[in-house]
Write a new protein. Structure first.
Length: 253
């Protein structure tokens, strides 16, 4: 089973590189990418989990309603993308549930930030998907974390997919920068050893990131926009060709 997921959020990443992108543009870019994703998933009858901030959901309620109507899962990406307090765990869950009348079972922290399992469980979540069990210089070192799903303090932990050998991450950056055949090769190896893979992306990847003012390094901009849409469509075809099904994080056990 392939578990696709998307972090739908305010596109504030340019601020990390010195550009103060205005709020409406942040939402517009993520909205554009989310529409592209939903269209592709519908075309290939694929299901996915969308981890949304409350801010994005409140500004694009029609997209949240659409993804739920089309059989996808809504989960929490906390309240804001770049401002976090522990109280936001419960607040975001309750806000999403109240507005969209759906049970929120899962959490993913923005930027895969570390969070205590007991805090997540106490806020009412069933699972947490905020761990990338690899090393990403400048971000995190999680080489000690299990590559498989596991239970911690009564909470289901769902790590992002890494390759069986060397823990090569199968996430958005590798998807943009590896030759596509190599990403597919790693995915097939992962499926052979684990029989499931948890992949994650962002809607802004499906928009043109070659904007001078963003000051992004090449490894972030590479294969974004139309190229990303084409690559992701090839991934969906590859999933279909291998007779793999797609599923929701809430169904992982």
């Amino acid at each position: 089973m392939i578990y696709l997921s998307f972090d739908i959020e305010e596109f504030d990443m340019p601020k990390e590189y010195g550009y103060n992108i205005d709020f409406q543009r942040q939402i517009a870019i993520s909205r554009e990418g989310t529409i592209a994703i939903l269209d592709l998933l519908k075309k290939y009858s694929a299901k996915a989990t969308f981890f949304s901030t409350v801010v994005f959901a409140q500004n694009c309620p029609d997209l949240i309603e659409r993804l739920l109507m089309e059989g996808h899962e809504l989960a929490s990406h906390t309240y804001y993308h770049s401002n976090f307090e522990i109280s936001h765990l419960k607040m975001s869950k309750e806000a999403l549930e109240k507005q969209f009348q759906t049970e929120i079972k899962g959490l993913r922290m923005p930027r895969m930030a570390e969070i205590e399992a007991n805090e997540v469980k106490e806020a009412g979540y069933i699972y947490n998907s905020s761990v990338n069990p690899t090393i990403l210089p400048g971000r995190y070192n999680k080489l000690h974390v299990s590559k498989r799903i596991f239970i911690e303090k009564g909470l289901l932990q769902i790590p992002a997919a890494v390759s069986p050998l060397f823990r090569i991450p199968l996430f958005w950056l590798s998807f943009h920068n590896f030759p596509q055949w190599f990403f597919h090769f790693l995915l097939k190896r992962t499926m052979k050893y684990r029989n499931y893979a948890t992949l994650y992306f962002h809607p802004w990847e499906f928009t043109n990131l070659h904007q001078k003012e963003f000051n992004f390094p090449n490894y972030v901009m590479r294969n974004s926009g139309e190229k990303m849409i084409s690559r992701f469509e090839k991934l969906l075809k590859f999933i279909h060709q291998n007779n793999w099904k797609t599923g929701l994080y809430q169904d992982l056990k």
